[in-house]
Design a protein around this ligand. Structure first.
Ligand code: HEM
Length: 186
């Protein structure tokens, strides 16, 4: 008998996710010498994250922030259970995954924001040029901040992917495929 499954990730979340993976990767790979492409990829990241922030309030039930905003106690308990290989299975994001999503979104906002500030201070151009106009003397600091946030976000992405792999193994399900077709077994 075919296993029953249920729709968990709506089309917005899935398109958002894989577009984000693509734009973040392009931005990362072009940071040294392809500045035009780098800035377009950065704008794509910023636009996607802005839309996701809205979708977190009006999207389908599993996409809403209220569905995966857990406290530190729940995250700690979940991680402890995961270490003992007895973590509960969640249809939506689990407490640790949910916390990581908030952290990654914050990391992406800070990375894209500091990139736009840097561009504004260096070139007097871009959406934050007005705000960055007087920051010419802080170019170096802005550059350091942009690099720091980008590295921090990349680190979180690695932890995120490791978490997806571990949870997929523990519950014998392919979570990456669920982010493609939106479906999970009941
Ligand atoms: C190939 C690498 C990646 C894989 C396989 C992957 C897989 C996944 C999966 C399976 C989920 C759902 C987690 C769950 O079931 O609770 C998810 C969510 C998420 N991932 Fe990834 N991910 C990857 C790369 C990335 C990257 C590079 C970023 C950020 C730059 C990212 C950001 C997110 C975010 C923000 C969510 C939450 C989605 C939402 O609710 O809108 N992921 N990812």
């Amino acid at each position: 008998m075919a296993q029953q499954d249920v729709k968990v990730w709506d089309i917005f979340v899935r398109v958002f996710h894989w577009s984000l993976v693509l734009s973040f990767t392009v931005a990362w790979l072009t940071e040294d010498d392809l500045m035009t492409l780098h800035s377009y990829a950065g704008y794509a990241v910023a636009g996607l994250v802005a839309m996701r922030l809205v979708w977190g309030f009006i999207g389908s039930p599993y996409a809403r922030f209220s569905n995966f905003a857990y406290g530190f106690g729940a995250v700690k308990g979940f991680l402890k259970d995961t270490l003992q290989l007895r973590a509960r299975r969640y249809l939506g994001h689990n407490p640790a995954g949910g916390m990581m999503i908030f952290l990654m979104l914050a990391g992406l906002v800070l990375t894209a924001g500091s990139g736009m500030m840097l561009y504004g201070a260096e070139e007097g151009a871009g959406p934050l040029a007005g705000m960055a106009a007087s920051l010419g003397a802080y170019e170096h600091t802005l550059e350091e901040a942009h690099e720091f946030f980008a590295n921090l976000t990349l680190l979180m992405v690695f932890v995120h992917i490791a978490g997806v792999v571990v949870e997929s193994l523990i519950h014998r399900e392919n979570l990456a495929r669920a982010m493609v077709n939106g479906r999970k077994r009941v």
